[in-house]
Design a protein around this ligand. Structure first.
Ligand code: G3P
Ligand code: MG
Length: 253
C-alpha cells in the first residue's frame, strides 16, 4: 500500500531552505531525497500556487488573503528573504513550476491540498485536474510515479475524487475521528496521514490491517522515527533533512 519513498522532505527542504519554493525542492534533491511534500492553494484567478499560509505575512511580505491576489501579482513576490539573505529573490512558485521540477528530477510528490478557507471544493478540483493533465500520456504509469494528493479538507478530497478519481488520495488528520475508516472509504483514499503525536500502536495496526497506507507528519527525531517504523508506519515527512537521511527507513535498526 505504499509504493512511494518512505522518508519525504516536508515543504521541500524542511528547516534547511525557505519552505515551498524551488530552492527548497533543490535542497531536498541535493540531499538525496526523492520524495517531497508541499502545500497548494488557489490564487484569485484560480491558479494553484505552492504556499502554506492562506494569508501573506510570514513567508511572503504583505497583507491579505492569497485568494485576493492574481498569480501574476504573487509570483513576483519574494518567498525566500524571510529565511536568509542568500535566498532573497526566490519567488512564490506555481504548482506547475514545482511539478515540472519534480518530474524532471524524478522526485515523487505528496501534494497537500491546502485551500484558502471557503475554496475547498474548487481547490481540490483544480489540483486534481492539474495532476491528471500533467501525468496524462506519460509513458511511465508506475503507481510510484503518480503524486499522492492529501488534505485536511474532506470536501477538497471529495472534489478531487470527482475531478480525477484515478489520482490517489490520502486523508490528513490531526485528532483521529471514530469513523476514520468510513471517511477513508467514502473518498476511496489509499492512505491515512496522521500527526505522529496522535498515533498509537493499536491504531497503526488497525490502519494497516484495514489495508491502508499509513503516513506520519512531521517526524524530526530519529529515535521517534525508528519507533514509528517499528509500529508499521509506511512513511513520514521530516523537517530535519540534516538528521534523517532519505534512506533512513531502509537501514537496519
Ligand atoms: O502533509 C503533512 C503536513 O504538511 C501537514 O501540516 O501544516 O505542515 O501543512 P502542515
Ligand atoms: Mg503540508
Amino acid at each position: 500500500m505504499w509504493p512511494y519513498p518512505r522518508v519525504v522532505a516536508h515543504r521541500g527542504g524542511g528547516t534547511l531552505a525557505p519552505e515551498n519554493t524551488i530552492a527548497a525542492m533543490r535542497c531536498g534533491l541535493d540531499r538525496g531525497y526523492r520524495g517531497v511534500e508541499f502545500d497548494v492553494m488557489l490564487t484569485k484567478d484560480g491558479i494553484p500556487v505552492v504556499m502554506h499560509d492562506p494569508e501573506l505575512g510570514r513567508t511572503v511580505a504583505g497583507e491579505g488573503s492569497i485568494a485576493d491576489f492574481t498569480v501574476q501579482e504573487l509570483i513576483v513576490r519574494d518567498a525566500g528573504a524571510w529565511f536568509g539573505p542568500e535566498f532573497e529573490g526566490e519567488p512564490v512558485p506555481t504548482f506547475e513550476q514545482v511539478a515540472a521540477f519534480c518530474m524532471q528530477h524524478g522526485i515523487w510528490m505528496n501534494v497537500e491540498i491546502k485551500p484558502v478557507p471557503g475554496f475547498e471544493d474548487r481547490t481540490g478540483w483544480v489540483v486534481a485536474q492539474t495532476v491528471q493533465r500533467l501525468f496524462a500520456g506519460l509513458p511511465d504509469h508506475r503507481p510510484a510515479a503518480m503524486p499522492l494528493l492529501s488534505s485536511f479538507s474532506f470536501a477538497a478530497l471529495q472534489a478531487a475524487q470527482l475531478a480525477a478519481p484515478e489520482v490517489p488520495r490520502g486523508l490528513l488528520i490531526d485528532d483521529v475521528p471514530e469513523d476514520w475508516h468510513a471517511q477513508l472509504r467514502a473518498i476511496a483514499a489509499i492512505a491515512l496521514h496522521i500527526n505522529h503525536l496522535k498515533l498509537t500502536p493499536v491504531l497503526a495496526r488497525a490502519v494497516k490491517e484495514a489495508g491502508f497506507g499509513l503516513f506520519c507528519y512531521t517526524v524530526n527525531d530519529p529515535v521517534r522515527a525508528r519507533q514509528l517504523l517499528a509500529w508499521g508506519v509506511d512513511g513520514f515527512c521530516t523537517d530535519r533533512l540534516d538528521l534523517i537521511g532519505p534512506d533512513f527507513a531502509d537501514r537496519p535498526l
